[in-house]
Design a protein around this ligand. Structure first.
Ligand code: GLN
Length: 178
């Protein structure tokens, strides 16, 4: 998605690679495993440091969970990076069979609602000061939040081919260099 928008990309697998990047996507996956691997590969603290410096970051689904200060439904010992003052409920929609595509309006994105995929997705149950809600479901559940440097969404924005959330993120990355 990012390459399609003209960005240079690299898959970050080691802490040294955090040095040269202007923005980072923490993707979907399994947050408890990502947490374990971040610690195993000594990437947790370097990543926390980069986030604290204001590295623009987009966290999608498990990536949002990694950014959250507090989680409900964590496995024993599961930690997050933190930095985004929200509380999330893991697996809030139930099991894999409850996964689905849905259209969601996102603040800052013009045009029709985004078509996105919820795959064992979390919801945001508390939003701290300085965090904006950018997307809700019809139920009122919060599924998107933002700060000046972070975007966190419960869903996968990359599945449908709609690149507008990635554009919004790249705008944030570019803004950091003004
Ligand atoms: N349920 C996963 C978790 O808790 C997130 C799923 C996803 O990223 N699609 O980490």
């Amino acid at each position: 998605m990012l390459r399609g928008l003209g960005a240079n990309t690299v898959q970050v697998r080691r802490a040294e690679q955090l040095v040269g990047i202007d923005g980072l996507i923490l993707p979907g996956g399994e947050s408890s495993v990502m947490d374990k691997l971040l610690r195993l590969f000594h990437m947790k603290q370097p990543l926390k440091d980069r986030l604290a410096e204001g590295l623009p970051v987009l966290g999608t689904c498990a990536g949002l969970i990694l950014l959250a200060e507090e989680i409900d439904g964590a496995i024993t010992g599961q930690e997050t990076l933190g930095g985004l003052d929200v509380r999330v409920q893991r697996n809030a929609f139930g099991s894999q069979v409850e996964s689905r595509e849905e259209s969601v309006a996102v603040a800052g994105i013009v045009g029709p609602p985004l078509q996105v995929a919820f795959i064992r997705a979390p919801i945001v149950t508390r939003v701290g000061d300085g965090v904006d809600v950018i997307a809700r479901l019809d139920s009122g559940d919060i599924v998107g939040v933002a700060t000046p440097t972070m975007i966190g969404v419960s869903f996968h924005p990359e599945v449908s081919g709609d690149d507008r959330l990635h554009r919004l993120f790249l705008d944030k990355v570019a803004h950091g260099h003004q």
